[in-house]
Design a protein around this ligand. Structure first.
Ligand code: PRX
Length: 588
């Protein structure tokens, strides 16, 4: 992991001036000392409402009439097709979909998963499900059968919404998922040629027959709303569960960190809705404020991204360090061909943002990138840079108003400024996760001395700025996606040639880390480039494209403890040429 601390001296603090009235936050300390989550919910979101605190209602149903006529979603397909939806249109369509689910017997608390490409129906089905009180789970469209099976099984999902292109992957694991009662097929191009089975429902037909009127039932602020699977060091990914009240934190941070000013902004969040950034800031926060979102179906490509910013006159842009590094690599001459004068505020999340990327933003777009730190578990941004606050390139910034952060020693007591330790958060924000689905003990283990222990290591400087050091565990961060080594190892050992596998994150200039696997083969198999490629493809198609090992090294045996546990720490130390540390538990 890069140690950003060392790089500070090369990059002086960037002081900014914010003209009075231009940014939502004018003075960080003033807001920090006066902020209160409940008051924000009351004053800005008019909470609680007659039907309680339902995220979907807050985002789509109850804006003033002028806002209901505003564009909520600007969508561009990979092939260039465009669609536009107002808040009013999304209200009606999500009502219809809520009626579809109700007719299928979906009850409050049921888990409903959305497994779709980045198309408008992701939003319609996800918000429709929230309206009936279901707990929704987004599934990244690049997931393979193994990855979706783990999540659907763990959560006991009853219904999945998918598309013709993704349906085969779902069908291949459906026999192992008896809890699933229905599959809804979104068939935009009417390309699905097979007759539907009894548990299958065509989205388009069901929507045609559904009423546009739906009364959202009373929703308690603590009712579960969304479940995001996230990787840890041990075991399969766990489902971090958030409640409806999380929208208060998502809206407050969208207002003061993204600085959204809905009357004038076109806001683009490049994250996929399969990840927490794509829901907290690709849906909830911005829509709770009534802001216009741009969504692009296609993959990353410097030219098409630049074209989108120019064509849609994007004003606020939330993206990720890997994407910024890829844009930097594409070169300034590419960027110079586009007009970025609409941009006014840039933010980044998911990995440490290199200081050179911060200042590159200023050079190419006329604005620095503002780093934001948070996690699936925190549900909303927690440590950030703000339009009104000087930026120290390489620093994650300061805690959001309403958030108390700390750096703790190994006994979980606060350390003074300047010392490195565990990054911890007081679990006060309404967006902090409420559970790992079905894993109460693991959830409780994350809290010590009234702190939530994030799993990251960091330090705070004398000015109160936080600096990321690295993960405290084996979790790999590849291009902003967390990958659990155990998940990849489990997929690897299912390959017929693999006897044992140990997986680590190997530092990488573009992706921060790549997944590297050490493999010992079963008797009768010999290492070869063909076998290596076959194993890579095996994991890629079963798990996910971002999680497969880009590098494989064959070893005759893996270092293990006497109890048989593979010592990833040792594999990593050897890979990086670092001291091997304590090897007393290593088997002979
Ligand atoms: O290690 C930190 C890293 O990503 C982790 C959270 O990943 P996830 O739950 O997938 O959520 C990602 C998007 C919210 C953190 O524990 N991380 C996230 N943002 C930053 C970061 N590391 C350094 N700097 C950041 N700004």
């Amino acid at each position: 992991m890069p140690n950003s601390t060392e790089q500070t001296s090369q990059y002086p603090t960037i002081h900014k001036s914010v003209a009075p009235g231009t940014a939502n936050m004018q003075d960080y300390d003033l807001l920090y000392n006066n902020f209160n989550w409940a008051s924000f919910g009351e004053s800005t979101l008019n909470l609680p409402r007659a039907n309680g605190v339902n995220k979907a209602s807050i985002c789509l149903d109850d804006h003033p009439p002028a806002v209901m006529q505003r564009t909520a979603l600007l969508w561009q397909a990979t092939n260039g097709d465009k669609e536009t939806y107002t808040f009013e249109e999304l209200k009606r369509k999500t009502n219809q979909f809520a009626n579809v689910l109700k007719d299928l017997g979906v009850q409050k608390g049921d888990r409903v998963f959305v497994y779709l490409e980045r198309i408008p129906e992701i939003f319609i089905t996800l918000f429709g499900a929230l309206k009936v009180g279901a707990v929704v789970g987004p599934l990244f469209s690049a997931f393979g059968p193994e990855a979706i099976k783990d999540r659907l099984e763990d959560s006991g999902a009853v219904l999945v919404i998918t598309s013709p292109d993704l349906k085969d992957r779902l069908d291949s694991v459906l026999p192992e998922l008896p809890a699933i009662r229905h599959v809804i097929l979104v068939d935009r191009q009417q390309e699905y040629g097979h007759p539907l089975k009894t548990h299958e429902v065509r989205y388009e037909t069901a929507m045609q027959n559904a009423s546009e009127a739906f009364e959202v039932p009373y929703t308690d602020p603590d009712d579960y709303s969304i479940i995001h699977y996230t990787s840890g060091t041990t075991g399969k990914p766990k489902g971090a569960v958030h409640r409806h009240a999380a929208v208060i934190a998502q809206a407050a941070t969208a207002k003061y960190i993204l600085d959204l000013q809905p009357e004038k902004d076109i806001y683009w969040c490049t994250a996929d809705p399969g990840w927490v950034t794509g829901t907290s800031y690709g849906m909830f926060g911005p829509w709770a404020l009534g802001a216009t979102l741009l969504v692009y179906e296609g993959p990353f490509n410097a030219e098409s991204w630049y074209q989108l910013i120019q064509d849609y006159k994007v004003t606020v842009w939330y993206t990720a360090p890997t994407a910024i590094r890829m844009l930097m690599k594409a070169g300034e001459d590419v960027a110079a061909q586009y007009n970025f004068s609409s941009l006014r505020h840039l933010c980044s999340v998911g990995e440490p943002l290199n200081p050179e990327a911060v200042v590159w933003g200023q050079k190419v777009f006329g604005h620095v990138f503002h780093d934001t730190w948070w996690q699936t578990e925190t549900g909303a941004m927690h440590i950030c840079n703000y339009p009104c606050m000087p930026v120290k390139p390489g620093s994650m910034g300061k805690p959001f108003p309403g958030v108390v952060a700390g750096i703790l020693d190994d006994a979980f007591n606060p350390l003074p400024a300047g010392e490195e330790g565990h990054l911890a958060i007081r679990p006060d924000a309404p967006s902090i996760f409420r559970s790992y689905w079905g894993k109460e003990e693991m959830y409780n283990s994350k809290f010590k001395n009234s702190w939530y222990i994030t799993g990251d290591r960091a330090r705070m400087d004398a000015d109160g700025y936080y600096w990321f050091i690295g993960r405290a565990d084996d979790v790999i961060n590849t291009a902003g996606h967390l990958v659990g080594p155990f998940e990849v190892e489990s997929a690897l050992i299912e390959h017929p040639a693999v006897a044992e596998a140990g997986v680590i994150g190997k530092p990488d200039a573009e992706r921060l880390e790549i997944v590297k696997a050490f493999i010992s083969l079963k008797k009768g198999f010999e290492p070869s480039p063909q076998l290596e490629q076959e194993i890579k493809n095996f994991v890629r198609t079963r798990l996910a494209a971002h999680a497969y090992p880009r590098e494989i090294e064959f070893l005759s045996g893996l270092p293990k403890t006497r109890s048989g546990k593979i010592m990833r720490r040792l594999l990593k130390a050897r890979e990086l040429g670092l001291p091997e540390g304590d090897t007393s538990t290593l088997e002979d």
